[in-house]
Design a protein. Structure first.
Length: 424
């Protein structure tokens, strides 16, 4: 990590990063065990439990454009204050929920709050940091998420919280405290930032922003390609776990899967900043292209006979692919957007989660079709589908290169990758 650059980040950036660490730790203490709790303690059938879990990402995708548009219209510090207060209340209500409908509504509200908060949070990180520091800032955010992913389940296991929703109370309190902390760190926001924007101007800007995204073929191709990367990424928590727990392995499949999850977090945390230094001078499109190739090709290790070495190689290659997404994707979206439209760009980026939604469905269907003892057709097809995104990402990179070459050949110099793009 560049310690000098890290010391130059202001307190608002560190507030968001610290809040991300603590809230994600609490999140991973609770959310991964929701399905277990719903089926074992509330006796909600598997199909209805699946609907409860699915409504969260569906709501996040459906309202992603709304969250991005709001981030571009309203003062960011107010979104970062009030959304966590509402979100924390929603999490606390999980503890008091009793049946299918209450859990369904609460998890839908959970997805809605996510769609409001994430683009505002990312835009604030971009706004409050210098262009040359943004890659580092987004990587620090990714580090905070991964530390939470690693520590949350360990804390849940330590305090034996798998069979209760009390962690949701802790999670809710953490988000409320996070929201309250922003009122302190953002208390000196300039008055101009709080000035209301006339409704007519808001409408015009919103329409213009949507028009810009609709015409931004580089961005659209990138998001389409990355949805295939997220399709492959989703297999770790769905198809891989189902396959390992239901097939003949040299050790208990469920225990082996838990080891793979821990190894996934360890590889990412250990390699992140070394990889960041390595790729700092690379074309960002090549970085996310490589991430797609690594995730897709990692599934080919399941074509070998079940053994420890192929699984170890799978999780190493898969983790490096995941790491490259976290290291570069958000920063690339930041570079493709202009200051006035960053919220909408970050919000619409959530469309890539369509890959996360469809991934488990396709993987489970392939397991049902081919069975658990024939890995090659299942993981071979998953690899092919994931790698289909490479063509779209490559097309986005080539189109971006051509557009920069065109601008460079004219009177206006092309924007450098780490500089703000001008609005159309």
């Amino acid at each position: 990590m560049n310690l000098l650059a890290a010391r130059q980040l202001n307190s608002r950036v560190w507030n968001i990063l610290a809040g991300t660490l603590f809230t994600r730790t609490a999140l991973f203490m609770s959310v991964p065990y929701l399905s277990i709790f719903l089926m074992s303690q509330k006796h909600i059938p598997l199909l209805l439990t699946s609907l409860i879990l699915a409504v969260n990402p569906l709501a996040g995708v459906a309202f992603s454009w709304l969250g991005g548009a709001i981030a571009d219209k309203l003062p960011l510090h107010k979104i970062l204050l009030y959304t966590p207060l509402v979100w924390g209340t929603v999490f606390i209500l999980f503890y008091f929920a009793g049946g299918f409908w209450s859990f369904l509504v609460l998890n839908a509200l959970n997805g809605l709050c996510y769609s409001l908060f994430e683009p505002a949070s990312k835009k604030m990180l971009s706004t409050e940091s210098l262009p040359e520091h943004r890659l580092l800032v987004f990587n620090l955010r990714y580090t905070a998420i991964n530390v939470g992913c690693f520590a949350g389940p360990l804390l849940s296991l330590l305090f034996n919280m798998k069979m209760t929703l009390f962690p949701y109370v802790i999670l809710g309190i953490m988000y409320i405290l996070y929201g309250a902390s922003t009122s302190y760190f953002f208390r000196k926001t300039p008055a101009a930032a709080n000035a209301p924007i006339p409704v007519q101007i808001k409408s015009v800007r919103s329409l213009q922003a949507l028009s810009v995204i609709r015409k931004d073929h580089v961005y659209l191709l990138l998001v389409a390609g990355m949805s295939f990367s997220y399709f492959g990424y989703s297999q770790l928590n769905s198809t891989v776990s189902q396959f390992l727990s239901n097939t003949a392995m040299p050790a208990d499949g469920t225990r082996l899967y838990s080891i793979l999850l821990s190894a996934n977090a360890i590889v990412i945390l250990a390699a992140q900043f070394a990889v960041l230094r390595l790729i700092s001078g690379w074309n960002p499109f090549n970085v996310v292209l490589l991430s797609n190739l690594l995730i897709g090709l990692s599934f080919l290790f399941f074509l070998f006979p079940a053994a420890y070495l192929p699984l170890l190689l799978f999780i190493i290659v898969f983790s490096l692919g995941e790491l490259l997404i976290g290291a570069r994707f958000d920063a690339l979206v930041d570079e493709l957007s202009c200051a006035e439209n960053k919220g909408l760009y970050f919000g619409c980026t959530e469309i890539v989660k369509l890959g996360t939604i469809s991934g488990p469905v396709v993987g489970g269907s392939l397991l049902g079709l081919f069975g658990f003892q024939t890995a090659w057709p299942v993981f071979g097809l998953l690899a092919v589908i994931t790698l289909a995104g490479a063509g779209l990402i490559r097309a986005a990179g080539m189109k971006h290169l051509r557009s920069r070459t065109t601008v460079k050949s004219g009177a206006t110099p092309a924007a450098r990758p780490n500089q703000e793009h001008k609005c159309l």
